[in-house]
Design a protein around this ligand. Sequence first.
Ligand code: 5RP
Length: 237
Amino acid sequence: MSEELIEKSKKLAAFAAVNENVSKSDRIIGVGSGSTVVYVAERLGQLENKEKFICIPTSFQSKQLILDNGLRLGNVEEFDEIDVAFDGADEIDTNLNLIKGGGAALYQEKLVASLSRKFVVVADFRKQSPERLGHFWRKGVPIEVVPNSYVKVLKDLFKLGANSATLRDAGKAKAGPVVTDNGNFVIDADFGEIPLNKVKELDEKLIRLVGVVETGFFVDYAEKAYIGNEDGSITSL
Ligand code: 5RP
């Protein structure tokens, strides 16, 4: 699978999503995180009336994207409601359940999604899991945890039936666990393939564990998804 094709499909999805979902009356726009959202920010930056938007970031990366594209930066604390938010996903099932958090920004992404009147997902063709979550993002679901709880939460996850659960490592260059923008750790927990009607149930069990700040399951958030296909078409869900 060529990298060029993947990039093209990300851009296709992101540009279509912005073109079709930013209305004249919108003022507050949520900007997600990840490599597909790079194109959302690019397209927002091309809009003639871009000075009228205030963009709410979901991570350090997203803040940089907003600034680099000449957009106005706002704070999530300033607004009760966000008109429309755009974000990527690691997996999307037919019910628009998502797995997010590949970039460890899940908490702020969910905060912005929860304040948004319209939450629009942008992704390339690899992210679609038609039957059930658990196909593409093979590491499982990312879970943000308070640092001193990670040993306990790892044990809890196995008790809940996880096939594997690992503290996300920052890689050789940084040595040690990934630390989120909120100063927390991330655990990736694999529960295998999760049927459409079981995602919410599992999510509710995870969120009740002491130490868990937020999970990467986004259930009942997405209103629309734009998926760029290899042949240049777009699938809208
Ligand atoms: C970051 C995320 C990203 O939106 C998700 O990982 C998708 O990223 P990409 O568009 O690079 O595939 O949830 O926490």
